[in-house]
Design a protein. Structure first.
Length: 157
């Protein structure tokens, strides 16, 4: 995994997009590690923020598409998601509707939410909006934290 993270870091902004897409989909990946490393290496934090937000949102929409296909056997096998967990996600999304997309940034749970949103065929535009807002807020917090940390370290040295 370290090799992949280092490769994506070497690619800069496109690497950030790929890392965020993977993390936003059902593939377990830490895009935050890539973002933090790139910010520490001096890459433009705002560019990273934008590409990470777009990539992660599109990764969530990929999950939405998988859920929209509605093939439960495929969902269980591809996502390695037990039926009980998928059903729980579906119940939560039924309860909160597209607003559940605001929590799509949460590791593992976010994948269940985004697949369930597609499975339930929630409005694609509102789903995209709610996922985008939740994921963008997460990357803004990571970026702001890292920039604040770097500023305090530069004051120290």
């Amino acid at each position: 995994m370290d090799f992949i993270v280092n490769l994506l870091v070497d690619w800069g902004l496109p690497g950030m997009f790929i890392a965020a897409f993977l993390a936003g989909s059902f593939i377990p990946f830490s895009s935050e590690a890539v973002m933090i490393t790139l910010i520490a290496a001096g890459v433009d934090p705002w560019g990273l923020f934008i590409w990470a937000s777009i990539g992660n949102t599109l990764g969530g929409m990929f999950n939405y598409g998988v859920g929209h296909m509605g093939n439960e056997d495929w969902i269980y096998k591809l996502l390695k998601l037990p039926p009980k967990k998928l059903n729980k996600g579906i119940q939560q999304v039924k309860r909160y509707g597209v607003w559940a997309g605001l929590l799509s940034w949460i590791p593992i749970l976010g994948s269940v939410i985004t697949v369930a949103m597609g499975y339930l065929r929630l409005n694609i535009y509102y789903s995209l909006l709610s996922m985008g807002v939740g994921k963008t807020i997460r990357y803004y917090i990571v970026m702001a934290f890292m920039m604040g940390l770097m500023d305090s370290m530069s004051d120290f040295f």
